[in-house]
Design a protein around this ligand. Structure first.
Ligand code: F0G
Length: 458
């Protein structure tokens, strides 16, 4: 087979500003060892997130010009609504300014003290919105998903035995919703199988629990289903997506991922009574139901992006580019989550920096080292993001200490990716020189965004 090429030509480019390692050391110091606090102009390759960072197509930019900015009943809304309905089969569609706004509305209504929301793995903002309502978020990820370096085709699956057990323990009436995240971002961008969704749906139906999908990366997930679940080898991604959504009572989506949009999201569902409550909140927090938190031009870009993302040449290139970087790292002995996920490469920082205890945040130490060495910005998904304290103020670490290198869609070429691999491998070879970090300042919620840290000099 020949090289899988980027399925696009480049019409408009943005410069990358180069800096030296000495300059980066100073920048890192000024940002208190938290790359969220670094200016993007000081970053060479920005792999902080694949969210809102996609390159839009010429069709999407044309859609931006066509966007109609009427307050009510804009044709751009109807284009958006029709597209979402077509893919999800859900009759009620509410635009929001991004994914977490849809979550905020949903969990505000369904949440509250004594309630539990079960999931394969909740994303951080999703968990935060659940906890903010007073409810508890519970991750019931399958066993394979917890073993980072053992390959398995659907490591994003929900543990259905644990789900049944949990329902028995807590009572179905205390579980307002089950949410499956596709692909499982916090668990390595790993896909969920259609088989697993069917099984979860069956359990939900038996217990009268609505099933929702966190659909941020639905197309990437559906491509994995096509590649790895025999039954779907000859089904189009669009039809796989339709079947996947057919099992759901509703979904939340950040259009900043698999809709190639720079901003946007939505909440969609079947239940009119729930929708009525959501709409009331939508109006006071986001806007009138035909624009939500978005401009008409954004609605156009999303409608076009949602269709483009299901193009199988694109998905083949997308999934292959993540696998390409993953394989290069594996060949050099770098511990990464295997197999490759859909949108990012995840390094196992606990193993990479096995001389740094979890209390010294090995993930964040690695994030800083990658920036220092090569100007690459990544993000820690470990105890800085998910750690809690016990009553004695001792850290309760996260399940895993990961570093995510998220690849923006259609933005970087193969030589950018080769450079990223070279930097990581160089850092790996010199890993014993890296020191742990100490938190000097932190917020109560979502502390990783703003925390300040300092290196521990051994
Ligand atoms: N759900 C998942 C699985 C996500 O990955 C995200 C965002 C959200 C919900 C929230 O969407 O950002 O539009 O409010 N993930 C980004 C990331 C931020 O970097 O993974 P949002």
């Amino acid at each position: 087979m020949k090289t899988i090429i980027e399925p696009f030509k480049i019409k408009s480019v943005e410069p990358i500003y180069f800096n030296t390692k000495e300059e980066r050391a100073e920048i890192l110091e000024n940002a208190s060892h938290n790359p969220f606090l670094i200016r993007s102009a000081d970053v060479l390759i920005d792999l902080l997130t694949d969210s809102g960072t996609s390159a839009m197509s010429s069709e999407q930019w044309a859609g931006i010009m066509k966007g109609d900015e009427s307050y009510a009943g804009s044709p751009s809304f109807f284009h958006f609504e029709k597209t979402v309905k077509e893919i999800t089969g859900m009759p009620i569609v509410m635009p929001t300014h991004q994914g977490r706004a849809a979550e905020k509305i949903l969990f505000n209504i369904l949440g509250g003290k004594g309630k539990y929301f079960v999931s394969n793995t909740l994303f951080d903002t999703t968990r935060a919105n659940i906890e903010f309502s007073g409810a508890e978020g519970v991750d019931l990820l399958c066993e394979e998903g917890k073993r980072t370096t053992i390959p398995s085709p659907f490591k994003g699956n929900m543990d259905t035995v644990a789900l049944k057990q949990f329902i028995l323990e807590k009572g179905a009436s205390n579980i307002p919703l089950c949410l499956i995240t596709v692909t499982n971002n916090s668990g390595g961008g790993q896909p969920v199988s259609m088989q697993n969704i069917r099984e979860v749906k069956k359990i939900c139906v038996e217990n009268n629990i609505p099933l929702f999908i966190d659909a941020c990366r639905f197309a990437e997930n559906c491509y994995f289903i096509k590649m790895r679940e025999k039954e779907f080898a000859n089904t189009t991604v669009e039809n796989i997506a339709k079947e996947l959504f057919s099992y759901a009572d509703g979904c939340t989506m950040s259009a900043k991922k698999d809709a190639f949009a720079n901003i946007g999201g939505f909440l969609a569902m079947h239940n009119e009574a729930l929708a009525q409550q959501c709409r009331n909140l939508l109006i006071i927090t986001e806007g009138f139901p035909t624009y939500g938190g978005l401009a008409g031009r954004d609605l156009e870009a999303i409608a076009i992006g949602l269709k483009e993302v299901m193009d199988e040449h694109y998905l083949q290139y997308r999934i292959r580019s993540i696998e390409y970087l993953t394989n290069k790292l594996i060949a050099a002995g770098v511990p990464v989550i295997q197999p490759a996920g859909g949108h990012a490469v995840y390094i196992d920082a606990k193993e990479f920096l096995d001389h740094i205890p979890v209390e010294q945040y090995p993930g964040q130490a690695l994030v800083c080292a990658l920036y220092l060495e090569g100007g690459i910005r990544s993000v820690e998904i470990g105890s800085l993001m998910f750690g809690k304290y016990d009553s004695n103020g001792k850290l309760i670490p996260a399940q895993m200490e990961l570093v995510r290198l998220a690849i923006p869609r259609r933005v970087y070429t193969q030589s950018h990716i080769d450079y990223v691999a070279e930097v990581i491998i160089e850092v790996f070879e010199n890993r014993k020189k890296i020191n742990g970090l100490l938190i000097t300042e932190e917020a109560k919620m979502l502390r990783h965004f703003t925390a300040k840290l300092a290196p521990i000099n051994n």
